[in-house]
Design a protein around this ligand. Structure first.
Ligand SMILES: Cc1cc2nc3c(=O)[nH]c(=O)nc-3n(C[C@H](O)[C@H](O)[C@H](O)COP(=O)(O)OP(=O)(O)OC[C@H]3O[C@@H](n4cnc5c(N)ncnc54)[C@H](O)[C@@H]3O)c2cc1C
Length: 308
């Protein structure tokens, strides 16, 4: 699709960051699987992002927005069109508001981990639950990421999106409709920045909670192998991991992909897994849980791209 010399040159002129052709995407996903993108482009500012997306839409080139790739399975044939990687959008600032809250503004590419670090440094409470979630701000808002009973929807006060009409639009919390692991937003919209309302807190108790969460995650999750976090959403408040454990599938392998022995809702990459192996295991789990418990599991991970 992107063999045209003119298109390639235009892509390079849209951004000051990297423009890589036939770029393997396994390097950009936490699961470590995925074939090449026709092009992977890294805008370095909101202005470059706008210019790039306007060009892609004008030329009818499909694109996929990429945060930290920690909730993505890219198939082995890779992605046609352009992968727009937002890791260059890294502005982070904060200020007190008249009500005594602290408003944190973060561009889409800021890792949640950086905000958690900021919370420790500045003694800000409210985002501790994000500890150990390896996503970016944009990906976390898009996924309504959450843990321990809290979600992005509880702390986000506004977001700015590049909407389907190619305008930058700020939406307040009232205008946002969050669901379990999902923000209802046009598939074409790109989240460019988000604002969070946090409270002044005590550094020691914030640090203590963060350490506790890290220890809990380490004890429950198979963090020594590449993975994409929870593969399935929890149906009707039943833990998907428990349902999978009951089917006896833990430890099942396809190539180098394995349903974790430690946590049934994780698939781990033991080394050289292919996306097809991971997707096979996902289908196997769905079929088995449906047969055993008459429950249809829904994937939490987003599966994109073409088969190899
Ligand atoms: C070890 C581990 C632990 C995890 N624990 C949790 C957890 O406790 N809770 C939880 O909710 N998740 C968890 N996850 C999953 C994942 O980290 C979160 O869903 C995270 O929010 C995804 O962010 P990301 O930047 O990696 O998104 P990506 O994987 O890059 O993208 C996810 C989806 O969002 C879209 N997207 C990304 N950025 C934007 C943007 N700026 N605008 C519009 N769309 C965008 C992508 O196109 C894709 O469809 C875990 C993952 C791992 C590997």
């Amino acid at each position: 699709m992107l063999h045209d010399f003119f298109i390639k040159e235009q892509l390079k002129s849209c951004v000051s960051g990297a423009v890589l052709f036939d770029e393997p995407l396994d390097r950009y996903t936490s699961m470590g699987v995925g074939g090449p993108a026709d092009a992977l482009v890294v805008p370095q500012s909101m202005e470059e992002l706008v210019q790039l997306v306007r060009f892609l839409r004008k030329e009818n080139i499909p694109f996929l927005t990429l945060g930290n790739g920690t909730n993505l399975i890219v198939r082995d044939g890779g992605c046609r069109g352009v992968v727009v990687a937002l890791r260059g959008l890294q502005k982070l600032s904060w200020a007190s508001d008249p009500e005594g809250k602290i408003r944190v503004q973060a561009e889409a590419g800021v890792p949640l981990a950086s905000i958690v670090q900021l919370c420790i440094k500045e003694s800000l409470a409210g985002l501790e639950f994000c500890t150990g979630i390896p996503g970016s701000v944009g990906g976390a808002v898009r996924m309504n990421a959450g843990a321990f009973g809290r979600e992005m929807k509880d702390v986000v006060t506004a977001i700015t999106v590049l909407n389907e009409h190619l305008e930058l639009e700020t939406l307040s919390r009232r205008e946002l409709s969050f669901e379990y692991r999902r923000l209802n937003l046009s598939d074409e919209a790109v989240i460019v920045c988000a604002e969070f309302a946090l409270c002044p807190g005590e550094r020691e108790s914030i640090s203590a909670e963060i350490s506790e969460i890290l220890a809990l995650r380490k004890s429950k999750h198979p963090l020594n192998f590449r993975n994409a976090g929870s593969i399935f959403k929890n149906p009707r408040n039943l833990p998907a991991g428990q349902l999978i454990e009951e089917t006896g599938l833990k430890g099942t392998r396809r190539g180098d992909a394995m349903i974790s022995e430690k946590h049934g809702n994780f698939i781990v990459n033991l080394g050289h897994a292919r996306a097809a192996d991971v997707v096979d295991l996902i289908e196997e789990i769905k079929g088995r849980v449906e047969n055993c418990r008459a429950i249809q599991l829904e994937a939490e991970v987003h599966i994109v791209g073409e088969d190899g």
